[in-house]
Design a protein around this ligand. Structure first.
Ligand code: FAD
Ligand code: FES
Ligand code: FES
Length: 490
């Protein structure tokens, strides 16, 4: 068994913090505001939506030091071992001088009431560090997870441009101090298992994936916490105890993406951000869809493995993974079994998981060279919103006929599910408007969607049909034609 430690250690701005009393459900935002009296990071929603609490977390990743924006309100302190937390207070220059990003926000009138401003500054700071010449679209993407209710985004985007023009990144403290911070974090990452708290406070930070397997076998009903973008809300919104919790986002082995001849094997902790380059390279058809998952902070924290394990009927990756024929590898102790993602979802809140199992990896096959592949998300807001309906399609069209169709929907049933009647109605038929119209009737057999605050049952049923029509229009007439015709009768 790995050596055990009973404290959490991390860098907070320029200070080393060592904590020997932390509860599983303690959030970083409460720690900053209530214990450290560092009140620059704000609490707007406490559910990862508004970005007012945005901080940077630096972590060692495959020998590198990576800083990413995260929502402190749903990040647990127990998951910060050997990390560097950078808050808005760290941007203060000597004699209280403003940071170039803050200066630009002042000059461009990027703030009114100021409540969202620290979070916006942290998001723009991360962008300013990473991208010396951001486009408008890149600035907008970096702000997807920050809601401002009074200023309006025009002034904020101008501030981002002005900050970039001001330059000075190479003088920034995070760059100047990079080697020293890396050495400190390497020293903190001593390979020990962390065990802390008792009863409702208890949590573990495993030393390795094998150690996770041991812990999970000993505590089969423990709550595994990866990015915490679902579990965080169980605590902040539903006051649900999560102990004993096992925090796993630091496990490098679970962040690997391996390329094989048939597809990609991705570790359970690969985040949406980490998978973005693979999407661009192997699945460019869904790049737009991928960027509509959460906002930047949620994509930095949330994992594909967590999305699948969570089993929500409105998760955005399951329809895509089902359409691609992906499978999930579950591990219990030293034993592994592989289940098609499609079969993993048994019923609402019920997945093919035994106590003590955990998701270790996903196998995601490549799209065939001649396959038609697409995914669409329909939600109330464009950015940072959960799907009302999501759909993914993979079709083989040969000699103008549908040779094979795999069609999966989210938001239409108690689980992510294939539209098998629609698939059967399409298979062997010409890829034509008439076939689409005939196949649309199959949705009534495949799904009986419910109505809720996101969408009525009728709306969902209609959208499901329209998305199939949209695929047809895009494949036959191009994306622009679809935009013009999407209100059409098909
Ligand atoms: C503001 C906001 C916006 C969001 N937007 C979207 C969106 O657009 N689309 C979308 O699909 N989702 C969205 N989500 C939900 C969430 O981000 C995703 O479901 C995410 O993929 C969950 O991953 P995680 O690593 O954060 O999971 P966690 O919260 O850590 O865990 C989720 C569940 O999975 C289990 N789990 C995690 N990892 C493992 C593992 N390796 N083995 C076994 N069990 C495991 C946990 O025990 C828990 O039951 C959003 C969430 C927030 C807060
Ligand atoms: S307080 Fe709204 S995202 Fe954290
Ligand atoms: S300045 Fe008031 S919410 Fe953004």
């Amino acid at each position: 068994m790995a050596q055990t430690r009973t404290s959490i250690r991390f860098l907070l701005n320029e200070r080393l913090v060592e904590l020997d009393t932390v509860a599983a459900s303690d959030t970083l935002l409460d720690f900053l505001r209530l214990q450290q009296r560092m009140c620059g990071s704000k609490e707007g929603c406490a559910e990862g939506d508004c970005g007012a609490c945005t901080v940077l977390v630096g972590r060692l990743a495959q020998g590198n030091l990576v800083y990413e924006t995260v929502n402190a309100c749903i990040r647990f302190v127990g998951s910060l071992d050997a990390c560097h937390v950078v808050t808005i207070e760290h941007l203060r220059g000597s004699e209280g001088a403003l940071h170039p990003v803050q200066q630009a926000m002042v000059e461009m009138h990027g703030s009114q009431c100021g409540f969202c401003t620290p979070g916006i500054v942290m998001s723009l700071y991360a962008l300013w560090m990473a991208n010396a010449n951001p486009s408008n679209a890149e600035i907008e993407t970096s702000l997807q997870g920050n809601l401002c209710r009074c200023t309006g985004y025009d002034a904020i985007v101008k501030a981002a441009m002005a900050a970039t023009r001001a330059g000075g990144q190479s003088q920034d403290v995070l760059i100047r101090e990079r080697d020293r911070v890396m050495a400190t974090l390497e020293g903190l990452a001593d390979g020990a298992r962390v065990e802390m708290g008792h009863g409702d406070d208890r949590f573990f930070v495993p030393a390795s994936v094998d150690d996770l397997a041991d812990l999970r076998s000993q505590h089969p009903t423990s709550v595994i916490v990866a990015g915490a973008t679902d579990v965080g809300l169980w605590v902040t919104k539903f006051m649900r105890p999560i102990a004993p919790a096992i925090f796993i986002p630091h496990l490098d082995e679970l962040h690997r993406i391996e390329e094989t001849a048939s597809g990609l094997i991705i570790g359970a902790c690969v985040t949406y951000t980490e998978f973005q380059a693979s999407v661009a390279r192997h699945f460019p058809q869904i790049a737009h869809y991928w960027n509509r998952i959460g906002g930047e902070q949620v994509r930095n924290m949330g994992t594909v493995g967590g999305n699948v394990a969570n089993g929500s009927p409105i998760g955005d990756t399951p329809p895509v993974l089902i359409a691609l024929g992906a499978s999930v590898t579950l591990r219990q102790g030293g034993e592994r079994r592989t289940v098609p993602v499609e079969k993993f979802f048994i019923d609402y809140g019920k997945q093919d998981r035994l106590p003590g199992d955990f998701v270790e990896a996903l196998h995601v096959p490549f799209v065939g060279a001649d396959d038609t592949f697409a995914a669409y998300k329909v939600s109330k807001r464009r950015d940072e919103d959960i799907s009302s309906v999501a759909a993914a399609f993979r079709l083989k069209i040969s000699d103008g006929k549908v040779a094979e169709a795999v069609i999966a929907y989210g938001g239409m049933a108690a689980t992510p599910k294939r539209a098998s009647t629609v698939e059967t109605l399409l298979t062997g038929k010409p890829w034509s408007l008439q076939s689409i119209t005939e196949a649309q009737a199959g949705f009534d057999d495949d799904f009986s969607p419910i109505g809720d605050w996101r969408a009525s049952a009728e709306y969902r049923a209609l959208v499901a049909r329209k998305l199939l029509a949209r695929l047809f229009l895009e494949t036959t007439q191009g994306r622009d034609a679809t935009m013009l015709k999407r209100e059409a009768a098909v």
